[in-house]
Design a binder for this molecule. Structure first.
Ligand code: ADP
Length: 607
């Protein structure tokens, strides 16, 4: 037995082994995988025929079958390369399969009909003649076609990491030349086996393919999720604009002299729009979280202010409900901390709102304690209630978005099922933990632990003004400019500002604002940010080019996310108001920028 025969027998056994491994693995059923299976089987047959000639000897029939199988493998390889290089969305290859089949049949007929001759040289027998030459020519053409496919869709090949195919084709072309020069070398079957084996190890291993497909599926899912988040975020922004009109006008109407029955309806409109606003904010938060765009904005804050606000808000939510609101805030908590207090407030407020919502009578208790280590203070905040409680099997699903339980019992309770999903992700983003304890029918306790840095010498904290501002006050003489491209928004803002008796001017674009300021002076400007052509930020930049410009400018935006205030202040705005405009916030801003003389006048009057 000479060397090449020994190699053929080894290849045959190795091929069988490879097939056993390949077929024993779970694998994908893509079109290219099916072609690879066919290539493996054809290679097996080629090796089987070649091995059989060792024992049975050569004859024309066997050589012709051998040539036909060789041809089949080459056509399969070409089809394989065509499929992997195809970047088109339409992956139906039935037509390609039919064309490849037809080409094979035509060439096969040619190979069968053309003559074949044998040559005995240095002990080894090899075939030549027109039939063999046809295979050579077809192989060369197939390699050219493959290279054409590969270069045509190079990007697709690069993305899918099919580089080894180039190597195989290069080796194939080289072997073809060598075989043409020296026909007695019999390289064909060895080369074919080599390519089939190495395709397995480099690109066709089912495990590798599976991982690759999983990665593709994951990327696609991520892209789809991002598109969805962007859509939700745009949508909630769009909803805010009409909502601004509803909230603004109903707020203004409620303050007017209208019949009692209409007052109640206006109150209902306000309540419904507040719920809608909550929902829109929730969707905005969820979409930001899912797109990994929600940032935690850490600042120094006064702990007392956070809990005072929470207590005021909870008392307002309890209203007339027969609920006792207990609070216990550990006095040893450091007075100043560093963290995202807006988000902290959002987290605790969500627990408190839920407790008020899902408790008919009894109590709601807010408990805050702390554990300190070095400069870190772990805030442990719990909200307990004597409400309806949550069934044990539901606790796991509590933090899944849009999950709401006992809907038959809670039919009258407004909710979205987003609150706790957002809360959990916020707590995770802040590096904290949530624990839920609940007894169905008896009550629930939500505890959250979040680490915050202790601030010993607070620098940037504005002391809160103790006195409460009245709903509206007289700011007559104050010249206010409102800039917004949306006419309804202009109307809403004008209507809300009318109550302060200010002198109001409107501009519906950044350009108009810049023009107006050339001839007129204002005490305060409210500027929408998202305007076509010239945004609020760009308009402000333009205004600031004039060195005499010193009017305070307040940003108005429907993008109500934390971090916005800091962003606008960095861009040169004095403050920020989110839409729908909150009456209290509006009063705060107007009071702050009222002319100093006017304030002094008022103080004199009160003396
Ligand atoms: P929402 O309150 O808007 O429905 P959440 O995500 O805040 O959405 O809460 C999800 C669900 O968990 C609620 O619908 C309610 O069934 C249940 N739940 C939350 N907090 C409590 C609580 N304190 N007591 C009883 N059930 C609660």
């Amino acid at each position: 037995m000479n060397g090449s025969m020994f190699f053929t027998i080894c290849s045959f056994f190795y091929c069988v082994l490879l097939m056993v491994i390949y077929f024993s693995k779970q694998r994908l059923q893509l079109f290219e995988n099916k072609i690879y299976v066919m290539m493996m089987l054809t290679n097996f047959l080629v090796l089987a025929i070649e091995t059989s000639t060792i024992f049975l000897g050569n004859n024309a029939l066997i050589i012709k079958i051998f040539l036909l199988l060789l041809l089949l493998w080459i056509i399969e390889l070409t089809l394989y390369v065509y499929v992997i290089s195809n970047s088109k969305e339409d992956k139906k290859y039935n037509r390609s399969l039919k064309i490849a089949g037809l080409i094979y049949i035509l060439i096969a007929i040619l190979v069968i009909c053309l003559p074949l001759e044998f040559e005995n040289k240095t002990g080894s027998q090899y075939a030549y003649g027109a039939s063999v030459s046809t295979i050579f020519i077809v192989s060369g053409l197939c390699i050219c076609c493959c290279l054409f496919f590969l270069f045509r869709d190079f990007k697709n090949i690069k993305n899918k990491k099919y580089y080894p195919v180039y190597v195989f084709l290069g080796i194939g072309a080289l072997a073809l030349v060598v075989q043409a020069i020296n026909p007695s070398l019999l390289l064909a079957s060895s080369l074919e086996t080599f390519v089939t084996f190495f395709m397995y190890f480099t690109i066709e291993n089912p495990d590798l393919k599976m991982i690759e497909q999983l990665n593709i599926a994951r990327d696609q899912a991520e892209k789809a999720n991002q598109a969805k988040s962007e859509f939700l975020s745009n949508m909630s922004h769009e909803i805010r604009t009409p909502l601004n009109a509803i909230v603004g006008f109903s707020q203004a109407l409620a303050e007017e002299e209208i019949p009692d029955s209409a007052k109640e309806e206006v109150r209902d409109i306000m309540m419904a729009s507040e719920n809608l606003l909550e929902l829109v904010n929730g969707i905005l938060d969820i979409s930001k979280i899912e797109a990994n765009k929600l940032e935690i904005v850490n600042t120094e804050y006064k702990v007392q202010d956070v809990f005072d606000d929470l207590i005021v808000l909870t008392k307002a939510r309890i209203g007339e409900k027969p609920l006792e609101f207990r609070t216990s805030i550990d006095p040893s908590i450091p007075p100043y901390l560093y963290g995202d207090y807006m988000r902290l407030k959002q987290i605790v407020l969500n627990f408190l709102t839920n407790s008020v919502k899902y408790t008919k009578e009894g109590y709601v208790e807010l408990k805050v304690s702390s554990v300190k280590k070095d400069d870190i203070c772990r805030l442990i905040i719990s909200v307990e209630d004597s409400g309806i409680g949550i069934a044990k099997d539901k606790i796991d699903k509590l933090f899944t978005k849009f999950e709401r339980f006992d809907l038959d019992k809670n039919i009258t309770i407004e909710g979205t099922g987003l609150g706790l999903a957002i809360t959990k992700r916020l707590v995770e983003l802040m590096g904290g933990k949530i624990v839920v304890q609940s007894v169905y029918g008896k009550g629930s306790k939500f505890t959250v632990a979040i680490d915050q840095r202790i601030i010993l010498n607070p620098t940037k904290i504005e002391e809160k003004k103790e006195q409460e501002l009245p709903q509206t006050f007289d700011a007559s003489g104050m010249k206010i400019l409102i800039v917004d491209d949306n006419q309804i928004n202009l109307k809403v803002a004008s209507r809300l500002l009318k109550d302060y008796k200010a002198d109001i001017t409107t501009a519906s674009s950044g350009m108009e604002c810049v023009e107006l300021l050339k001839t007129k002076q204002f005490d305060l400007i409210f500027m929408d940010d998202m305007m076509p052509r010239m945004s609020g930020v760009e308009t402000l930049e333009q205004l600031k080019k004039d060195s005499d410009f010193s009017t305070p400018v307040i940003a108005l935006t429907a993008n109500a996310i934390s971090g916005m205030r800091e962003k606008y202040i960095q861009s040169g705005f004095q403050d920020y108001l989110s839409k729908p405009i909150d009456r209290k916030e509006l009063s705060r801003v107007i009071a702050k920028y009222r002319k100093e003389e006017q304030k002094q006048e008022e103080e004199m009057e009160t003396l």
